[in-house]
Design a protein around this ligand. Structure first.
Ligand SMILES: C[S@@+](CC[C@H](N)C(=O)[O-])C[C@H]1O[C@@H](n2cnc3c(N)ncnc32)[C@H](O)[C@@H]1O
Length: 252
């Protein structure tokens, strides 16, 4: 997968690109991460990328001609047109399913705004708009990093154990179960006995009911969705009486 971040601050991505899973994915060749500075296409002596808003108002707005030139330069340098994503607090809320959808694209371009955001017409040159959440940051770079991290860990071969994403929070409708490691006792806080007994079926049942309970308590919205998709429980078979019970019943 190739990811190009259109940003006025490419230096922010230096260490980010080197460490942990993003670094590993780059070393493996699973991920190509690059930046494109719209300033390369800025206007005039100062390479301006922004201007004052028509109609007045506070702050500056990123220019459509400069950003479009940057996007077209990215496509011109690639084998095929990329999937363009505008990062904006007005976009669709980012989620695990958006990360999954992006991880299936060949080439994604993440466009980071600054100042008061973008000239409205920039929206005509992207495929989708994504928001990291209902809050406003000063730029799109942190949103781009969050999107890259959550997307890259879904790429084949990036996580040591691909199983580890299967029961993770937000992979389906349930949150993950609680996890413990040594020490078994810390300041009066213990570990549930079932996890220490090594009985795999009991552990699986404990974790399943824990996922349901904590999702219901913490995220009733997700739990309601889970109930809608959960297959109906099989009715338990009535136990056949053993010989002694049957004989006793006969005596009655
Ligand atoms: C100060 S914000 C501009 C906000 C804009 N004036 C508005 O009210 O919609 C500057 C840039 O930061 C980025 N940004 C801020 N909050 C964001 C969020 N929640 N999700 C994604 N990007 C965000 C966007 O790229 C945005 O263009």
């Amino acid at each position: 997968m190739r990811v190009t971040v259109v940003t006025l601050f490419p230096e922010l991505f230096g260490t980010f690109a080197e460490v942990s899973f993003v670094g590993r994915a780059r070393t493996q060749g699973t991920l190509v991460l690059e930046t494109k500075n719209p300033r390369d296409h800025g206007l005039g002596k100062h390479k301006s990328v922004d201007d004052t808003p028509y109609g007045g108002g506070s702050g500056m707005v990123m220019r459509v001609d400069v950003l479009t030139a940057a996007l077209e330069a990215v496509d011109a340098a690639a084998a095929a047109p990329a999937h363009r994503v505008l990062l904006t607090p007005q976009g669709a809320p980012f989620s695990q399913s958006s990360a999954k959808a992006l991880s299936e694209k060949e080439h994604v371009v993440l466009v980071c705004g600054r100042y008061e955001g973008f000239d409205e017409r920039v929206r005509s040159f992207v495929h989708e708009e994504i928001s990291l959440g209902d809050f406003v940051m000063t730029g799109g770079e942190v949103a781009a990093m969050a999107i890259i991290e959550s997307t890259v860990r879904l790429l084949k071969g990036v996580l040591g154990n691909p199983e580890s994403t299967h029961e993770e929070s937000h992979q389906g409708s349930l949150l993950e179960y609680s996890q413990y490691t040594r020490p078994a006792e810390f300041r009066g806080l213990g570990v549930p006995d079932v996890l220490k007994e090594g009985h795999h079926l009991k552990i699986a049942a404990h974790r399943k009911s824990e996922r349901e309970e904590r999702t219901q308590a913490r995220r009733p919205d997700l739990y309601a969705r889970y109930l809608q998709t959960k297959p109906p429980e099989k009715p338990k078979k009535a136990k056949r009486p053993n010989k002694a019970q049957a004989a006793k019943k006969g005596d009655e």
